[in-house]
Design a binder for this molecule. Structure first.
Ligand SMILES: *Cc1c(COP(=O)(O)O)cnc(C)c1O
Length: 394
């Protein structure tokens, strides 16, 4: 029996957590090639074309660097390359991931200021504008926002955050975490004037965990020349110098890069706009299923609905964790757990990455059967509602 199974189960495991996501066969096959000499002549050619074409996914003409690290590493890289000890960073508490990023900022000796939310909507752009207007001496050096808050299923409107910063006439850098949105939800690094975009491999990019990214604006690059936080592994400078010829300053995760090459091709062949529309459609079908079940969506602001995952509240007195355990046991499907204050209160359905209409119907079928099996009060007909919507909008 495979090491990842605790009991024999036929059929593929349904990995419907909002990352890591299912890795398409084409990406698996691409990684199944011999590891090459990362200092040899062939690598530079491969690396250069990959770094160039990767920019399209971020919608940027600026450099994108790749770290052999999970997304958390790219969070740290964004902070330590642009800021100095004691610098103020304005963050928005959209959920668990925003909370973790803030804790990291504090451990790195930054002064993090948090604009609170109730974890049921995205970042508060007017609140950011108001705080920046008060900051007449420009002590706030960066605004850091999570684009898609994976703990709540709320997506912040980055264009509105950009407008808020501009309306306040404030020079702060804009740092954005797109770890669970890049390659799933519309995102535009250049057009939205983002200074550092943070991304990871294992969600919309359909790769295993292990790579993370920074897309870097000219303004961020300039800030890095004077930023004083200590950095070595994360330092952009040697990375960008080596990347100019397609190489890396230390050993890159070669086989994950083969996978990335295939994943970027897949996204660009489908077309980013089609990829986003597909995610929007599956998200809407999922919400229709949740409403038909009579359950509540964690996100209360329809303009902030996430297209990559839906967090669903279980009725008072019931356990989201027990429901997930039943679904895993009976139907061989993993759903996301509630994080932080949402532990046991919500379960999260990931509908991102390599995901088609029948993946969605299978996922929702597992949830609907699980609700019945776990004795969670609900109405049947969620899958039917999703099928009806997909048939009208496929
Ligand atoms: C998954 C995730 C992270 C953490 O990334 P790791 O790869 O686990 O380090 C951070 N932010 C968001 C929004 C995420 O979804």
């Amino acid at each position: 029996m495979a090491y990842y199974q605790s009991k024999p189960a036929a059929g593929r495991h349904f990995l419907q957590i909002p990352g890591p996501t299912n890795v398409p066969d084409r990406v698996l096959r691409a990684m199944d090639n011999p590891t090459m000499d990362h200092r040899g002549p062939d690598f530079g050619r491969f690396g250069k074309q990959l770094l160039d074409k990767l920019r399209a996914v971020f919608k940027t003409e600026q450099p994108v660097v790749i770290y052999p690290a999970s997304g958390t590493g790219a969070w740290e890289a964004a902070l330590c390359n642009t800021l100095s000890p004691g610098d103020r960073v304005l963050m928005c508490e959209t959920g668990w991931f925003a909370h973790l990023w803030r804790e990291m900022a504090e451990r790195l000796s930054l002064q993090a200021e948090f604009i609170q939310t109730d974890w049921r909507r995205g970042a508060d752009a007017p609140g950011i504008e108001a705080r920046l207007r008060e900051d007449r001496n420009h002590e706030i050096k960066a605004v850091a926002v999570v684009h898609n808050e994976t703990s709540t299923g709320c997506t912040s409107r980055i264009a509105e955050v950009r407008k808020a910063i501009d309306a306040a006439g404030h020079p702060a850098l804009l740092l954005v975490d797109t770890i669970s949105s890049l390659g799933s939800i519309d995102y535009r690094h250049d057009e939205w004037g983002v200074d550092v975009t943070v991304a990871g491999s294992q969600k919309g990019l359909m790769l295993p965990p292990g790579l993370s990214f920074n897309a870097i604006s000219e303004k961020a690059l300039k800030a890095s020349e004077t930023a004083k936080l200590p950095r070595s592994f994360w330092d952009w400078k040697p990375m960008l110098a080596a990347n100019a010829t397609g190489y890396f300053p230390y050993t890159p995760a070669t086989n994950l890069l083969y996978g990335l090459d295939a994943a970027v091709d897949m996204l660009l062949e489908e077309g980013l706009e089609s990829v986003f529309a597909r995610h929007d459609r599956f998200a809407e079908a999922t919400r229709r299923a949740v409403r038909a079940w009579g359950l509540e969506i964690q996100c209360e602001e329809p303009r902030h609905y996430s297209s990559s995952l839906t967090a669903v509240r279980v009725p008072e007195g019931h356990s989201a964790n027990a429901l997930r355990a039943t679904i895993l046991e009976k139907f061989n499907m993993s759903l996301g757990n509630g994080l932080g204050q949402l532990n046991d209160r919500v379960f999260r359905i990931g509908h991102l990455g390599d995901f088609g209409p029948l993946s969605l119907i299978g996922t929702l079928g597992g949830v609907e059967m699980g609700l019945a099996a776990a004795g969670v009060p609900h109405k049947p007909g969620g899958v039917q509602a999703a099928m009806g919507y997909l048939n009208g909008n496929a």
